[in-house]
Design a protein around this ligand. Structure first.
Ligand SMILES: Cc1cc2nc3c(=O)[nH]c(=O)nc-3n(C[C@H](O)[C@H](O)[C@H](O)COP(=O)(O)O)c2cc1C
Length: 172
């Protein structure tokens, strides 16, 4: 029997959401989500991530949507949270990228706990230079990690996982 508590349940029950209702995201909820990102672990506690919030009525949504084949999802979201690494705060290429992942997951779980849905848009970082140019951010300073699409879910979402034994290199 798998153990259950609010955190374990949220970990299991969160699904990527790519369709959103038109309901706005409360500012207090948005703040709680950003704050959850802030509390992520990072190597040496260097906290190298930076956040940019873009609301659905901002012209930059269309500009970002043009940078990814998942542009329709960016346009469907009520809010986009762009997560960057600040190169001036980085100390290790790999560990800072891992930290950005932890930060993103914290935000996704926080959103889920508030009844909101997210999807991690990662394909967009293949167009890194284009995105930074459109956002007028210096490429020698910032590196886009994720665009997190956020809103009230208009679908349940679904996905599967392999059996735990398939992940294990040894029995435990
Ligand atoms: C690094 C990374 C990049 C991703 N990029 C995209 C993306 O560009 N577009 C998209 O629709 N989903 C993207 N996803 C979401 C995954 O498709 C999704 O997490 C996976 O299919 C499992 O589904 P679940 O989140 O509902 O459990 C990405 C997830 C990760 C972790």
């Amino acid at each position: 029997m798998t153990k259950s508590n609010p955190i374990l349940d949220a970990l299991r029950e969160r699904r990527s959401i790519r369709k959103f209702t038109n309901d706005p995201v409360e500012r207090e909820d948005l703040k709680a989500i950003l704050d959850a990102g802030r509390w992520a672990p990072s190597g040496l506690n260097n906290q190298p991530y930076r956040f940019l919030v873009i609301y659905d009525d901002d012209a930059r949504v269309e500009a970002l949507a043009e940078c990814t084949k998942y542009g329709h999802i960016a346009k469907a979201a009520k809010v986009l949270i762009c997560i960057f690494l600040d190169k001036q705060s980085m100390y290790s290429e790999m560990k800072d990228h891992q930290g950005a992942g932890a930060c993103t997951q914290n935000m996704m779980l926080a959103a889920h706990s508030l009844g909101l849905g997210t999807v991690w848009l990662g394909e967009i970082i293949n167009q890194q230079d284009q995105v930074l140019e459109k956002l007028k951010l210096p490429a020698d300073r910032y590196e886009l990690q994720v665009v997190l699409a956020l809103g009230h879910p208009d679908q349940k979402g679904s996905s599967k996982r392999n059996e735990l034994s398939e992940y294990m290199l040894e029995d435990f």
